[in-house]
Design a binder for this molecule. Structure first.
Ligand code: IDC
Length: 403
């Protein structure tokens, strides 16, 4: 606690925009497309901060490890779309999250459609850079999330800026170990098969890696979306697993279409109210039992859970802490691969929906600890997972999933 406070004390204020050059709209595409290094961002991570302690992340087999090869499990929040809740992401707010809620990672969800990047490319990119810089100054990890949602195909024309944008971020931040890339949030719909997603990944990931190669820095961690809103996580290992085939959780013939990158994880998302033990259907007693499915998948592929909620999949409805316990215990090593899976909770915002961690209007009034029931639960989880606290009200062993 004291150490965290001390390192935050060393964080300098007012630097937020120092390294994010503001562009006129005319120069935007030119700069985005320019194939030259723009790596002008250097950090001294505060002593004792998560990034100072762990450094560059590296996938080793099924497990995410730190620079010294030790397994690491990160736990933090995802932001909401900035177009709706910009006032939640101030320096003061985020410093409070780090020092009082004990997060060590923040996912920066930049919607592309839904009134996000495509409507305000300049402003969105500036906000992304500001937040990446702020996370660097605080010494926590962050995920640059190219948040596609509707349409669900990452190759759709409306996402044409994916490669230039991700390449821009890579050129700017190459060598900064706190930056993680999520190349597409939640592919969905019948067109977003693994064939399409992997073709997209094979196009953009080399462009992310290139600036790192040119300065001899280790490749950044990249996480890749999977079909059906990041739920058919093993689609690269199974023939015919795609959205709409109604065979999601049935054994299918094996194949191997894993991506051939050296620092890559597959994304899994869940919402406890919707994704759980399933129920009887089509003669199968536990049809769509996602616990059963993921328990096995975690023995086969390295997975990152960059988004989950305590509510239904629409981000609203009652919270379910017991089912969330079950998921988080599984992610904390109780799975076929014994992997410790990093996770980000949806969402750090005060939007008027049950998955938001703060109550409505908290941000406007700077009430950064005005937790909703979901926020209250997840704050206790962070305190246990990241801060070593003992709290028997969360992650209850009685909720453990047993295959
Ligand atoms: C939801 C937000 C909601 C917003 C909507 C826009 O919670 O306020 O109106 O997006 O379409 C996801 C998505 C994430 C969703 C979230 C909840 O990644 O963008 O946010 N969710 O529905 N996948 C599963 C759930």
């Amino acid at each position: 606690m004291m150490r965290l406070r001390n390192f935050l004390g060393t964080v300098l204020c007012g630097l937020l925009c120092a390294s994010c050059a503001k562009q006129g709209s005319g120069g935007y595409m030119a700069e985005l497309a320019a194939n030259q290094p723009i790596n002008n961002t250097h950090y001294t991570y505060p002593m004792g901060s998560p990034v100072a302690e762990h450094g560059a992340l590296k996938v080793n087999g099924l497990q995410l490890c730190d620079a010294s090869g030790e397994p690491v499990q990160l736990a933090g929040f995802s932001t909401m779309g900035w177009q709706w809740c910009a006032d939640c992401y101030t320096q003061e707010s985020l410093m409070n999250l780090v020092s009082n809620w004990h997060i060590n990672i923040l996912r920066l969800a930049m919607y592309v459609e839904e009134g996000g990047y495509n409507r305000t490319p300049n402003r969105s990119r500036e906000m992304m850079c500001n937040l990446v810089d702020l996370c660097g100054e605080m010494g926590i990890y962050c995920i640059v999330d190219w948040h596609i949602l509707t349409p669900g195909n990452p190759e759709s024309e409306v996402y044409a800026d994916a490669a230039p944008f991700l390449s821009y971020m890579a050129r700017k931040y190459a060598g900064a170990p706190h930056v993680i890339f999520e190349i597409c949030n939640e592919p969905n719909g019948e067109g977003a098969t693994w064939e399409v997603i992997s073709r997209y990944a094979n196009k953009v990931i080399p462009q992310i890696y290139a600036p790192y190669d040119s300065i001899g820095a280790p490749h950044p961690l990249v996480i890749c979306g999977t079909p059906q809103w990041d739920q058919l996580v093993d689609a690269c290992l199974v023939e015919g697993r795609y959205q709409g085939n109604e065979l999601d959780l049935i054994d299918l013939p094996a194949k191997d279409q894993r991506l051939a990158f050296d620092n890559l994880m597959y994304t899994f998302h869940f919402y406890s109210g919707s994704h759980n033990e399933g129920g009887p259907k089509k003669g199968i007693p536990d049809y769509y039992n996602l616990y059963k499915y993921m328990y096995k998948v975690l023995g086969k592929l390295p997975v990152f859970c960059s988004e989950f909620g305590l509510t239904n999949a629409d981000g609203d409805g009652n919270i379910d802490t017991d089912r969330t316990d079950k998921w988080l215990l599984m992610l904390s090593g109780e799975n076929a691969g014994k992997q410790k899976v990093s996770f980000c909770n949806w969402s750090y915002s005060d939007k008027d929906e049950q998955s938001a961690a703060l109550l409505p209007f908290s941000c406007k009034h700077g009430k950064w600890n005005n937790a909703s029931p979901s926020g209250d639960y997840i704050r206790r989880v962070f305190n246990v997972v990241n801060n070593g606290a003992i709290d028997s009200t969360v992650l209850k062993p009685t909720n453990l999933y047993r295959p």
